[in-house]
Design a binder for this molecule. Structure first.
Ligand SMILES: Cc1cc2nc3c(=O)[nH]c(=O)nc-3n(C[C@H](O)[C@H](O)[C@H](O)COP(=O)(O)O)c2cc1C
Length: 200
């Protein structure tokens, strides 16, 4: 009887220290989020900083904030999530952002292995007019991510975070900054779920 009890204690102890039975919060928790943007006059950069702040507010998240022209292959391959932001140019993403996505294949070689597969992706945009193409811009960014078999998420708004910057709404207001922070936080949280889920 005493032997059985001792064996039980040993068995339970093994269960408690075994990594396979560790609570999710005990697992390695660092999540990497890359916020990449293009900005000529500073509006999209300001929204990008708010997205980055939101991601940082999720504990254990390491955030890299870079213009798309400075993103290297390694930045993409080590990250768990990518949030891409663009100004609206003629109702669509700016050419610099399109070139960035084209370079995923042309320079970084993501295809045919789908090296960005199952990383989390999201979008944000600024546009001069209220109804001037921000949602199309975000959807085309998300479409490029879907083509790469990424897991796209929204936050801040239905398709991502956005801000109107001209006319009666110059600059970026607090509500728009709050939406951008919400997007960053959601991306970090979903990236953590995907990463920890994959380790189980
Ligand atoms: C070439 C060009 C095309 C633009 N086309 C649009 C447009 O179609 N719709 C819109 O709402 N704003 C348009 N804009 C305004 C910009 O999207 C807006 O000012 C944006 O906030 C600029 O972002 P940035 O300060 O990060 O460069 C355009 C601006 C430029 C320079």
């Amino acid at each position: 009887m005493r032997t059985t009890a001792a064996a039980l204690v040993v068995f339970v102890s093994i269960l408690l220290v075994s990594p396979a039975h560790a609570a999710p919060s005990d697992l390695p928790s660092e999540v990497k989020v890359l916020v990449a943007y293009h900005s000529t006059t500073g509006n999209t950069e300001k929204l990008a900083q708010a997205v980055a702040d939101g991601a940082r507010s999720s504990p254990g998240t390491m955030v890299t904030l870079k213009p798309v022209a400075q993103v290297a292959a390694e930045d993409l391959f080590v990250t768990d999530a990518v949030v891409v932001g663009s100004p609206v140019y003629w109702s669509n993403m700016a050419g610099e952002v399109k070139t960035f996505f084209d370079n995923w294949q042309l320079k970084f070689g993501v295809f045919p292995e789908f090296k960005m597969k199952n990383k989390v992706g999201a979008a944000f945009a600024t546009g001069g007019q209220v109804s001037g193409g921000k949602e199309v811009t975000m959807l085309t960014i998300l479409a490029a991510m879907l083509g790469n078999q990424m897991i796209v998420v929204s936050g801040g708004g239905a398709f991502g975070a956005s801000a109107t910057t001209e006319g009666n709404s110059p600059g970026i207001d607090d509500q728009e900054l709050t939406g951008a922070k919400e997007l960053g936080l959601r991306v970090a949280e979903v990236a953590r779920m995907v990463k920890l889920g994959m380790r189980r």
